[in-house]
Design a protein around this ligand. Structure first.
Ligand code: AMP
Ligand code: ZN
Length: 494
């Protein structure tokens, strides 16, 4: 294990717009809070990309010796449609439309989220608090804000008074928005009549009669606003000032801006020293999103269930694809790009196998292993630059291939260092599965199932339903389910 002192990390801080040297609040400890999912629908690959980015940071910071407390919440109340202060609560709405309990919605999609993250080998956080489990803490913070005259009560709801706040502090420091410009650019006041100003945001909402999730409070029977939950949970587990606050870049405004205002008003801090934002995964150039249908669900990449893909991919190929881009850059996913990444990942896995079989050692190494290892660390120390790290791994692949054909030499000591370092970065830091040797077998399997799906399509076209049902039933017996849509069929392995 590298010692903390030997690694100086730089992290890009959205608050200052600069890469800064990372010095934690408490020596050798890191407190990191990441906004978790709103559990009203299945996670898509975009969500996965953001959580993968923070998983890598958690793994790397832990590896270099920090004791990391990683808090990632579950949003199970208060996140309204369109990230607004009016409209329906996403979970409440889903529960009403399906005539089930909100907690059934929460349970179902929390399980889906955990299942996906486990499958993609993301580590669980140290604490995973829920918003509904911290209503008292949220009410207590709102009381502080009301007492300080930075929040006001109107018709049973409580709003943060952005104008009053702006007299003492500055609203907009994260998203670099000026309150004056915000006023100028805000026209839509629909449903915001209780607010003194449209920029004010809800801390507590009085529940309408059909609202299911509601709690008693000094102001009304209602539910908390979306932003106050993260302030309450991060403060409870990480204190008034912690090290890293993360989330997708789409949360920067208003969610994170409002969190910063709440933290300044309650604790006199920006909550975290480093505000870190992961950029979006796009599909066909547009943000991957559940509501627009422009998305790929994790399950669809294993089962040919996405119209955007011609073949299946393994979890690690998809992760490798994501890590070939820096977390702060937009990344567009597509079939060809995934195929290219899968090949690259295979090249590294092949080299790892070749290395295992090298049995002859020399007195000298014709490659600077020490420099190469420090280059790998430098890449990660420079704002967790995984694409540069991967380019160093490709560099070492060339050396290993030369070793294999006797055009390069290595000492036993360097061999051990090389092998350990490749394993460290591929498995422990990037969380990739290097044991799964080849995607060739998976591809052949897909192709065989596709032949059967084509034959079944022909049978259905010819109204030979006996045959089409037979193919479906025989596959079902083998644990393969066919899912039919209007013009396509896909399969899932049960
Ligand atoms: P949500 O469940 O919508 O609150 O999102 C959970 C996390 O996924 C948040 O940090 C979002 O910023 C992030 N996220 C949502 N869509 C994308 C996307 N297309 N690419 C990357 N991250 C995303
Ligand atoms: Zn949050």
């Amino acid at each position: 294990m590298e010692s903390v002192a030997s690694q100086k990390i730089k992290i890009y801080n959205s608050l200052t717009g600069k890469k800064e040297i990372f010095n934690p609040v408490s020596k050798n400890r890191v407190g990191m809070y990441v906004c978790g999912p709103t559990v009203y629908s299945n996670v898509h690959l975009g969500n996965l990309r953001t959580f993968t980015s923070f998983d890598i940071m958690f793994r790397y910071l832990s590896h270099i010796g920090y004791k990391v407390r990683y808090v990632r919440n579950i949003t199970d109340v208060g996140h309204l449609e369109n990230d607004e202060d009016f409209g329906e609560d996403r979970i409440d709405k889903k529960a009403r439309s399906e005539n089930i309990e909100p907690m059934e919605v929460v349970q179902k999609y929390t399980c889906d989220f955990h299942g996906v993250l486990r499958r993609f080998n993301l580590l669980p956080p140290s604490i995973e608090p829920t918003a509904t489990g911290h209503i008292i803490e949220q009410i207590n913070l709102i009381k502080i804000l009301v007492d300080k005259n930075l929040a006001y009560v109107k018709n049973g709801s409580v709003y943060f008074d952005v104008f009053e706040y702006n007299k003492k502090y500055k609203y907009g420091i994260l998203s670099k928005r000026d309150l004056g410009d915000l006023i100028h650019n805000t026209r839509n006041t629909k449903g915001q009549s209780d607010k003194k100003n449209p920029q004010d945001f809800a801390l507590w909402k009085k529940a309408k009669s059909n609202h299911i999730m509601k709690w008693g409070s000094p102001w009304s029977v209602g539910f908390p606003g979306w932003h106050i939950e993260c302030t309450a949970m991060s403060n409870k587990y990480l204190g008034d000032l912690f090290d890293i606050h993360g989330g997708g870049i789409d949360l920067k405004f208003p969610h994170h801006e409002c969190e910063i205002a709440q933290a300044n008003a309650c604790f006199g801090t920006n909550a975290a020293n480093f505000w870190v934002h992961a950029n979006m995964l796009t599909l066909n150039g547009a943000k991957m999103s559940k509501s627009t249908g422009n998305n790929i669900l994790p399950n669809e990449i294993f089962s040919l269930g996405s119209p955007f893909l011609t073949k299946t991919f393994s979890e690690s190929s998809v992760k490798f694809f994501m890590l070939q881009a820096h977390y702060r850059n937009v990344l567009d996913i597509g079939n060809d790009a995934l195929i290219a990444s899968e090949r690259g990942f295979q090249r590294i896995k092949d080299a790892i196998d070749i290395l295992k079989n090298i049995k002859t050692f020399s007195k000298k190494t014709s490659f600077n292993v020490k420099n190469w290892i420090s280059d790998c660390y430098d890449a990660m120390n420079d704002d967790f630059n995984t694409p540069i790290l991967i380019s160093h791994l490709f560099e070492v692949v060339k050396f290993i291939n030369k070793l294999n054909i006797g055009q390069a030499k290595i000492t036993k000591a360097d061999y051990n260092k090389l092998q350990n370092t490749i394993k460290l970065f591929m498995t422990d830091i990037m969380g990739l599965d290097i044991a799964n040797k080849s995607s060739f077998k998976n591809d052949k399997f897909d192709q065989i199932i596709n032949v059967l799906l084509e034959l079944r399509k022909d049978a259905r076209k010819n109204k030979d339903y006996k045959m089409s049902d037979r193919i479906r039933d025989m596959l079902k017996e083998k644990g393969i389910s066919i899912n039919d849509s209007d013009d396509n069929s896909s399969y899932t392995i049960d």
